[in-house]
Design a protein around this ligand. Structure first.
Ligand code: NDP
Length: 814
């Protein structure tokens, strides 16, 4: 071939990366052991599983198959190490993490080669994206280890963390999990995916090299049924962090329900890639290549649904086909290859099955004219057009190099199509009109939105999902909270509230009489004998801004501590809750209103509550038998709490991140949507206000089940809410049996989060039921809080639970 021929065809020659260093490393280390307490140990089962090179379909080596005995040993090692590591100063942890980052860079080429051999992804990606990002994560989190004491005062590490990662970004997912865990002082037992364990084992060697104390990081290779499940169920594990499929995420949610384990789940996606007609179509084409053919499309946030404005659809599809024709599929170690191998035969089969189904369902399939290599697990880039939004390929995560294209006419239609999925991981928006792009970004239900770019990641900017894409964030400051808990939890003591019939008060002094305290007399008249019978006040439900009768037509008695009936409230049921959830959804405009307006309304609620302070205090006395002074302090605290969240409403603002690119990332805390909440019994008014106020301050709408024992403090709020300009449906209140009602809310697919403050068994039921739509839960595990204490009863923890962070990436420059 002469130079003229080369210019004629512009064919790439081969540019192979040597496999030899990777293969030599494997040979030197096999048989691989398990990494426990900084030592290589044989698996208790004595068994090993094959590790296959997906680009040749030939075995690379074997890795140890751990079982539950190894899990016990690793957890015990991590527990022991936690005793010291959890108290190691931040600066010392930072030094270790800095060393890990440096060693990753020192071994970067070997890690890149191993990753490509083991996973099948192109060396260009492992060398230029995966491994540099791994180092970046450790550097970034070394910084948080250094700053933890100043930046997260009042927080302590969670303890022993079980981490389970998938095969699509083996070392990067390890870094996303291990770096924040170590930075916050936790110890780790990590299970890599069975297909891709090699870089985790090389990482273990790095841990030895840097001299991390034994037991801080333990790595167990093996199968899900032997290692993953045992780790999830282990009683001495304090948190599970998982990335993988939504189905497994759901089973982990169920398995950990009621255990008190903290949980973060990063699950699947079906992310939209939205192209408006004023977008730069040549950039769009390159964007699509990165969105769906990066890592063979095996990316949880892959832009797998191409949504095109109708008038440019034909042109864009034509350009895409030309580009697809020039993509190169082949040996992952060839530096001129765009698309490598699919991770396993099973995954390849699944992609083929879904593609066949797409054709059967009537969509039009297009693939380039060339053929994939015959050896190994390869699949060509594939484009579906003429796709209807309800079909399987438009809804199901294919996790392969398959793009489904649909059209829209208006921005509103684009948003509707984009959100027409149970997932909510990411989205890309393409338009040369920044006003349009920034108008669309907040309307899309997804954790990351990339404007005129796609698949950008950085440690500064948290990553994670909305809806069935899971909960919790990895990266950014928000990601740190997944690995800490409030320090006060460790010192928790039961809350004891002085009640009026005790002979002495808690400070030993004889309590003032009920009458002296301004409480009611035994006959309920407070010393005033009415000449007329009292006018009956039986509260109804509060739904959609109206007081409505309970659907059941039943009421339930409310008792005082002596067991005397002091009133009735409605017996709420499934239908009342259904109506309340509908009303809460109808009030979704609350989230898009101004924070200034929300603040004003919260102040106004406080003002109206304050006008009836005495009445509310007396009601608390009546329901709880507590002293008037204590009850009055509760009302005061509730008013102050409303002020706090009015204040926070326009101050809990998020951040502007500066990742290493020309641009900025806006990290915006957004409302979650409709939150169901079951209030604690301890403080009937303050508990109610402490939950409702942060939720609505952040733009959520709520369906509240008041304290079952003492619901009247919440029902007395109807008139306060009605006279405070609160839009209808923002707060809905359904009284009744707490656990029955909570179950309905936790099961409800249109409720986005569920908070429950009650007994442990109720917490478990809520967590179990939440797995249906993977709603976020916040439960008390049967513990009580001192709601009067501002450390425990208000602040950032409540604001975090009321929001989910969306990161909007805005690169700039021409
Ligand atoms: P899984 O969710 O099954 O696996 C992810 C990790 O979880 C692996 O380490 C796996 O172990 C482990 N695991 C599996 N089941 C359990 C369990 N019951 N308890 C504890 N750990 C468990 O993903 P797959 O590899 O099977 O891929 C299936 C589909 O999942 C893909 O087609 C894709 O749609 C989606 N997926 C999504 C990812 C994402 O990043 N969101 C990543 C990977 C897959 P082992 O490897 O031993 O099976």
């Amino acid at each position: 071939m002469n130079i003229i021929d080369i210019f004629e065809t512009m064919e790439y020659g081969p540019a192979p990366e040597a496999a030899a260093p990777g293969l030599a490393w494997i040979k030197e280390h096999q048989p691989f052991g398990l990494f426990i307490n900084n030592q290589w140990v044989k698996p208790a089962s004595g068994k090993y599983i094959d590790s296959i090179n997906p680009s040749t379909a030939k075995p690379l080596t074997q890795v140890a198959a751990a079982n539950s005995k190894d899990v016990d040993a690793a957890v015990a090692a991590a527990r022991k190490a936690f005793e010291t590591w959890g108290k190691t100063p931040g600066h010392v942890r930072a030094r270790y993490m800095y060393a890990i980052a440096r060693h990753i860079q020192k071994h970067s080429r070997l890690l890149a080669v191993l990753e490509s051999l083991d996973n099948g992804k192109p060396i260009r990606e492992t060398r230029d994206i995966d491994i540099p990002l791994v180092a970046r994560h450790f550097y970034y989190h070394a910084g948080w280890a250094q700053l933890m004491e100043q930046e997260l005062p009042g927080y302590v590490p969670v303890g022993v963390v079980g981490q389970i990662i998938p095969w699509n970004f083996p070392l990067l997912m390890l870094a996303w999990k291990i770096a924040p865990a170590l930075a916050m002082g936790n110890t780790v037992v990590l299970k890599p995916a069975r297909y891709t364990s090699l870089t985790a084992l090389k990482f273990a060697e790095i841990i030895q090299e840097v001299g991390l104390p034994p037991g801080v990081v333990n790595i167990l290779t093996g199968e899900a049924s032997q290692v993953g499940e045992a780790l999830v169920r282990h009683p001495d594990v304090n948190k599970i962090a998982f990335t993988g499929s939504t189905d497994v995420g759901r089973s982990i949610r169920r398995a950990t329900a009621g255990s008190g384990k903290k949980l973060s789940l990063e699950l699947g996606g079906k992310s939209p890639f939205i192209v408006f007609d004023d977008a730069d179509l040549d950039s769009v084409v390159e964007g699509v290549v990165d969105a769906i053919w990066f890592n063979q499309g095996q990316v949880c946030c892959a832009g797998s649904r191409l949504l095109m404005q109708e008038d440019i659809a034909e042109r864009l599809v034509a350009k895409l086909r030309v580009r697809m024709e020039h993509l190169r599929v082949g040996d992952p170690l060839d530096k001129a290859v765009d698309i490598g191998a699919i991770v396993s035969p099973g995954q390849l089969k699944e992609i083929q099955r879904l593609v066949d189904q797409g054709v059967e369902e009537g969509a039009e399939m297009w693939q380039p004219s060339w053929a994939c290599p015959a050896e190994g697990y390869f699949f060509p880039p594939t484009l579906f057009t003429n796709v209807s939004p309800a079909t399987t390929i438009a809804q199901v995560e294919i996790f392969g190099p398959v793009l489904v294209a649909m059209t829209f006419r208006t921005p509103a239609e684009a948003v509707a199509l984009a959100n027409n999925t149970r997932y909510g991981l990411a989205a890309s928006v393409w338009s040369e009109n920044i006003n349009l792009a920034l108008d669309i970004a907040p309307k899309i239900k997804a954790g990351s939105v990339w404007i005129n770019c796609t698949n950008l990641f950085d440690a500064t900017s948290g990553f994670g999902g909305y809806r069935e894409s899971g909960f919790g964030r990895e990266g950014g400051k928000e990601g740190l909270y997944e690995y800490v808990r409030p320090a006060w939890e460790a010192n928790e003591t039961a809350v004891e509230l002085p009640i009026a019939n005790e002979s002495t008060s808690s400070n030993g002094a004889k309590p003032r009489s009920h009458e002296e305290e301004g409480g009611e007399m035994e006959d309920g008249t407070n010393g005033y004998r009415a000449t007329l019978p009292a006018i009956d006040r039986t509260p109804k439900m509060f739904i959609g801004g109206k007081q409505v009768r309970p659907d059941s037509g039943y009421s339930r008695d409310v008792y005082d501590p002596q067991g005397r009936v002091i009133g009735q409230v409605g017996e709420g049921n499934r239908k009342d809750l259904r109506n309340a959830v509908e009303a809460a959804h109808a009030a979704s405009g609350w989230a898009t209103g101004t924070t200034y307006n929300r603040a004003q309304i919260l102040y106004y609620i406080a003002e109206n509550l304050s006008a009836r302070e005495d009445e509310f205090a007396r009601r608390i006395v009546q329901q709880t038998g507590r002293l008037y002074a204590g009850a009055s302090a509760e009302v005061q605290a509730a008013i102050s709490r409303l002020f706090s969240y009015a204040a926070w409403s326009d101050k809990y603002e998020g951040a502007v991140h500066r990742p290493p690119l020309r641009g900025a990332v806006l990290a915006i805390p957004e409302a979650i949507g409709v939150i169901g909440m079951a209030c604690p019994d301890e403080y009937p008014l303050l508990g109610f206000v402490s939950l409702v106020a942060p939720a609505i301050a952040m733009g959520n709408t709520v369906v509240v089940i008041p304290s079952q024992q003492s619901p009247s403090s919440a029902t007395d709020c109807y008139q306060v809410l009605e006279t405070s300009d609160l839009p209808s449906g923002v707060v809905n209140i359904v009284t009744g049996e707490r656990d029955t009602l909570s179950q309905v809310l936790a099961d409800h697919d249109d409720v986005d989060a569920m908070w429950y403050f009650g007994p442990l068994e109720g917490c478990k039921q809520v967590e179990l039921a939440s797995a249906g739509n993977m709603k976020r839960t916040w439960v008390s595990y049967g513990h009580t809080r001192d709601w009067l204490d501002t450390m425990q009863g208000e602040g950032e923890e409540f604001l975090r639970e009321s929001t989910q962070v969306k990161n909007i990436w805005i690169p700039y420059g021409e």
